[in-house]
Ligand binder design. Structure first.
Ligand code: SF4
Length: 340
């Protein structure tokens, strides 16, 4: 009888040996997502990066658009981050920015602040690797779109950081994935992450043209999980750490866990929270001074929804928002108005 060596949950992720450190901290909601540039020299048909980001030299800290490196530090404080994952595009195309940011993060939060970086490997030279090692990057993940990019992975293996591969699980393209895993085993790469292929606003036409359809959740492509499972089963008892990450995890669970962490460390006392990682507050118009209950912005007070029955108000709204700096509104409802 075959023993099941896989740990985890198929809806979120499965692994055989251990989770890469970057993924472990992501599961705690502790990784700041650093989108450092949208520029990339490749053009994968399945690329999930959105239209507003891809090919553009833009920066985001988690979901918020930012304009300066210091904004990443503020966002890291807001969530009490344990580390950061630098992504793009291809971050190597903004190498100065990457190097300066790693330096700033390590100086501010200490050497144990774990930083991982994604790249296709296309622009990774020995000089690039030396610069990244000098600022103490912890983990580098290659998405070798083309076999020739593996030269960069081989170079990286000689440096002082963890090296992994990050590959999409594409039904019908198992052969290339198997080849990469075998190569990774032979070269003693630390881990291979296999990502469920996801359908996004930008890639759905190209994926549809190839016959890929959504199977579950918001974006998982039919057959992608099964393809990943076959790869995991085939190599589960080899010495390499394999990890399957679902699209639901990436799109929903990771964000929710991070939001709950932001709430824990930087929400206001008058903000209630939901299990979805959103906050709920009451916005109140009142002639009374409610400074003992909350804070005033313009003509309105923000107070706890639990206190609305104990105040005199002309108008009361209940607002549900994301907890990060953008304060994106999920819903807004007028629950009381004196004039109605
Ligand atoms: S290398 Fe990554 S960012 Fe660039 S096109 Fe491919 S999937 Fe998109």
């Amino acid at each position: 009888m075959r023993v099941n060596l896989l740990k985890g949950n198929p809806d979120i992720g499965l692994y055989n040996l251990f989770l890469p450190k970057g993924c472990e901290l992501c599961r705690l909601g502790g990784k700041l997502v650093v989108y450092i540039t949208g520029e990339c020299g490749d053009s994968c048909y399945y690329c999930p990066v959105s239209l507003e980001r891809f090919g553009k030299d833009v920066m985001y800290a988690n979901e918020a658009k930012v304009t300066s490196l210091i904004d990443y530090i503020y966002e890291a404080y807001r969530m009490n981050a344990l580390g950061a994952g630098i992504t793009g595009g291809d971050p190597i195309l903004a190498l100065d920015r990457v190097v300066n940011l790693i330096k700033m993060l390590k100086e501010e939060f200490g050497k144990d602040f774990h930083i991982h970086l994604y790249t296709s490997g296309r622009y990774v030279t020995l000089d690039v690797l030396r610069e990244l090692e000098k600022v103490r990057l912890d983990e580098i993940r290659f998405h070798p779109v083309k076999e020739e990019y593996l030269i960069a992975v081989e170079k990286a293996l000689k440096f002082n950081f963890d090296v992994g591969l990050e590959i999409p699980s594409i039904p019908g393209e198992e052969e290339y994935a198997e080849k990469l895993i075998k190569w990774a085993i032979e070269k003693k790469v630390k881990f291979v992450n296999i990502n469920e292929l996801e359908l996004t606003e930008r890639n759905y036409q190209k994926l549809n043209a190839k016959g890929f359809k959504i199977t579950h959740g918001v974006a998982g492509v039919k057959g992608s999980f099964e393809t990943a499972l076959k790869l995991l089963r085939k190599f589960e008892d080899s010495k390499i750490a394999l990890h399957y990450c679902s699209s639901i995890y990436k799109d929903i669970v990771e964000t929710r866990t991070r939001f709950l962490r932001i709430i824990k460390y930087s929400s206001k006392p008058y903000e209630n929270y939901t299990g979805e990682g959103t906050i709920v507050r009451a916005i109140v118009k009142s002639k009374d001074d409610l400074s003992d209950y909350g804070e005033k912005e313009g003509d309105y007070w923000s107070i706890s929804p639990d206190l609305i029955s104990s105040i005199n108000a002309d108008e009361v709204w209940l607002v549900e928002e994301h907890p990060d700096s953008r304060r994106l509104k999920v819903s807004e409802k007028l629950v009381y108005s004196k004039s109605k």
